[in-house]
Design a protein around this ligand. Structure first.
Ligand code: EPZ
Length: 430
């Protein structure tokens, strides 16, 4: 099993190019099957989750090609199989976007029911509520969601809870329904807007994405499109907190600062200097950062996906910080790993109290999920010691060339897959 080994204690300094947004690209690639013409999507991040989804899209019969690492062409004319295997859903939950896309276009779909994951049970009741409201018959048979509709007819849907996945999946199902669909209590994340913009570039008629109310006037067919995915605000935030935690000076390039507002505000609050340009944000930390309180919320609140990153940073900030996880029910498990590196933390339910310590110590820790893994790498980089991180497959699901990008900022990090390689690294760094 591959591991990262990190010799920390060096400030990250330099510039890093941010890749396309994984969570936007996954939904956009799924939406790409809703036309029989070719769609060309670029700025797609070269990460494992994307590879798995493209396998699932090929599996149902669409033609998929990759002119280069960041560009994908899809032509769904030849789709013959409306079933998405459990194998794909098990690997990435976002395969369930194919449910909305297939139902929207073919009025029929069968996708395995996703299970929970490390950060929570993550039900999809709101997705199914939306499909049923549009007129689909949706049954759970043998662990599969079987959805079928003679017609999909636009209606008014008020989600019981704000859900990125449900908002996007129901937009997919509604964009070729008859008449108008109004969605309320919707997610407003940048990637929800990006999917709506992509669908509109294919001829859909979606208004209000990014606001509290989305209006969709169904169209009979969608056409091909050339589209570029927005930059990944979570990857950008990851490197911004890495700069803060390592007393560094990092510029994240090719970003949309507006998508980073909550992150920028919190970094300023704990004492970082921020320089915002049109497409870049520079984060400088001279150390002696101070505590803050934070509650993760749906956009435009502080993003839950950066909660582990600010958690690690706050473990090194003077004073007592409090984090309330307002989105998922079990997203503090990484703190157990961080405590093994010497962090001073108490967790009660969805509230974590973190008393800053002067320094952390190296340890062997596990990446329990994608963002937890990235956060433990940041903790290791901030530690004047050697840390080994197991299960880095999680990190590779959502971060493109993570170790290489960190190395370009001065990090001493290697990917190792044997004890011998690990010892060699230790000898080399002394
Ligand atoms: C998306 O997950 C992201 N994944 C997650 O990123 C992100 O953390 C999350 O949105 C919140 O921003 C992708 O986009 C592929 P939700 P999603 O539906 O859509 C509950 C990462 O690290 N809920 O907004 O699954 C749910 O349990 C990943 O890149 C229901 O109760 O998130 C959760 O508590 C991790 N019923 C809350 O809503 C439903 O039908 C928010 O979930 C749907 C959701």
């Amino acid at each position: 099993m591959e591991q990262y080994v990190i010799k920390g204690g060096h400030p990250l300094v330099g510039e890093v190019d941010i890749s396309g947004a994984k969570n936007a690209a996954l939904a956009i690639l799924a939406a790409g099957i809703m036309t029989d013409e070719t769609v060309t999507i670029d700025n797609v991040p070269d990460v494992n989750d994307i590879h798995v989804l493209l396998e699932a899209i090929s599996e149902i019969g669409a033609r998929v090609s990759r002119p280069d690492r960041h560009t994908v062409k899809i032509n769904a004319r030849s789709i013959s199989n409306l079933r998405v295997d459990y194998d794909y859903i098990k690997k990435i939950r976002a395969s369930y976007y194919l449910l909305g896309a297939l139902l929207g276009k073919y009025k029929k779909a069968e996708v395995a029911l996703p299970g929970g994951c490390n950060i929570g049970s993550r039900p999809i009741d709101q997705h199914l509520k939306g499909f049923r409201a549009l007129g689909a018959k949706v049954d759970i048979i043998g662990g599969k969601i079987v959805a079928e509709a003679k017609r999909l007819v636009g209606c008014h849907i008020y989600f019981d809870g704000i859900s990125v996945g449900a908002t996007i999946n129901v937009i997919l199902a509604a964009c070729m329904a008859e008449g108008q669909t109004v969605l309320e209590n919707v997610a407003k994340e940048p990637h929800v807007v990006d999917v709506a913009n992509f669908l509109n570039s294919m001829g859909a008629n979606i208004k209000g994405a990014g606001t509290d109310r989305i209006r969709i006037n169904g169209v009979r067919a969608l056409h091909g499109s050339n589209y570029s995915v927005i930059p990944d605000q979570i990857e950008a935030g990851t490197f911004m907190f890495a700069a803060a935690a390592t007393k560094g000076d990092v510029t994240v390039r090719n970003v949309i600062p507006k998508h980073l507002e909550a992150t920028i505000l919190k970094l300023k609050e704990i004492g970082c200097e921020i320089d915002e340009q049109d497409l870049d944000v520079r984060v400088v930390s001279k150390g002696n950062l101070t505590n803050t309180h934070i509650k993760t919320m749906p956009h435009p609140g502080f993003p839950t996906d950066l909660q582990p990153l600010i958690g690690v940073t706050l473990s090194l900030c003077k004073g007592v910080s409090v984090i309330t996880e307002g989105v998922f029910e079990n997203r503090f498990k990484y703190l157990d790993e961080l405590a093994r590196m010497g962090a001073n933390i108490r967790v009660e339910g969805n509230i974590a109290t973190i008393e800053g310590v002067r320094e952390l110590s190296g340890a062997r820790v596990s990446a329990l999920d994608l963002r937890a893994g990235a956060a433990l790498c940041v903790a290791a980089l901030a530690t004047d010691d050697i840390t080994v991180i197991d299960d880095i497959e999680f990190v590779k699901r959502g971060y493109e060339r993570f170790d290489e990008k960190l190395k370009s900022l001065g990090a001493i990090i290697e990917k190792v897959s044997s004890e011998r390689e690990l010892q060699k690294f230790k000898l080399k760094v002394g």
